[in-house]
Write a protein of this length. Structure first.
Length: 316
């Protein structure tokens, strides 16, 4: 089974690197800058689950894709999806499986419209990882899970083929019979964590210390109500786990969106928080913790774009 991993950032680099480590047929689709960096340094992973260094991992750039792959793993940022789809389109043939690891649901509509519903799987990953300035993939905790499945449910022959390909690889791969339920439940947690830590500009532990643990619980409850309205009421265990993770004293956890805000980068606010809010029963018009968070994130993006525009005009 031939894998094309789109990008070698924190997600693609980690999961693609682990697949290569296990001897799987993996090629990274890279932009020129990252291709040049990996040519110099190789792909380096630092992880509690074991470090890894892969000199000169196989790679290709968009204009040189020779034909279809069996599986395309997509882990880009949501705001890059349109451009990313165009870059890997030559790799998608009649039997190709597209496995996205983005958060939320909007990307499924975009991928199915571009490549056909029959080619798109559901997927999610549970990992905290980042790139340092040298391009090293830093894995920050013990979680490194990848869950995948048919959007319509059930175990197909192609799911069995993926299970065989993932067997023995050094991450926790799981085939799901209910991948949409899994994705909605992760969305509930990610939207709650992003809303809470971005609004408060601090870690979960900081917010709990300030007496705000009930804010995390309120965020989760609001997101859970939206899930129920859309036919995916969260199961008891994921609901309890989400609330517990946002109430841990001393927890250093922050959402990746908070980290993006801290460095002045683009964010996935609309994809993760705004789109979930639009699916609420009241059409997102009520004043609520989630709506306040969504407006907060939009305000950040508006200010960021305004400042970028002013800098461009000054440079001109």
């Amino acid at each position: 089974m031939r894998f094309l991993v789109v990008g070698a950032g924190a997600l693609g680099g980690y999961f693609g690197g682990r697949l290569l480590e296990a001897g799987r047929d993996v090629t990274f689709l890279l932009r020129p800058g990252r291709a040049a960096q990996l040519a110099r340094t190789g792909l380096v992973i630092k992880s509690p689950k074991g470090d890894l260094a892969l000199p000169a991992p196989p790679s290709v750039q968009a204009d040189a894709i020779g034909g279809p792959f069996d599986v395309v793993i997509v882990g880009c940022k949501a705001y890059d999806l349109a451009q990313t789809m165009e870059s890997f389109a030559p790799a998608v043939g009649p039997a190709t499986l597209v496995l996205p690891l983005l958060n939320g649901m909007r990307h499924l509509d975009d991928l199915r419209a571009r490549f056909g519903a029959e080619r798109v799987l559901g997927g999610l990953c549970m990992i905290s990882a980042s790139l340092d300035e040298a391009g090293t993939v830093l894995h920050h905790n013990d979680m490194h899970g990848l869950t995948y499945g048919e959007l319509g449910g059930g175990r197909s022959a192609r799911m069995q083929a993926l299970e065989a390909a993932f067997a023995g690889v050094r991450f926790d791969a799981r085939a799901s019979d209910a991948i949409l339920q899994d994705m909605w439940e992760k969305w509930m947690f990610i939207a709650s964590a992003a809303s809470m830590t971005c609004l408060m500009r601090g870690s979960v532990g900081d917010i709990v210390l300030a007496g705000g643990s009930d804010i995390g619980s309120a965020m989760v409850d609001e997101c859970a109500a939206i899930l129920a309205h859309n036919g995916f009421a969260p199961r008891a265990e994921p609901l309890a786990r989400a609330k517990a993770m946002l109430a841990v004293q001393g927890s250093p956890v922050t959402a990746s969106m908070f980290k993006d805000i801290e460095r002045g980068a683009p964010i996935e606010g609309e994809h993760i928080v705004g789109d979930l809010l639009r699916r609420a029963a009241d059409g997102s018009q009520a004043v609520s913790p989630l709506r306040i968070a969504a407006v907060h994130l939009r305000t950040y993006e508006a200010r960021r774009m305004r400042e970028q525009s002013a800098q461009s005009q000054s440079a001109a």
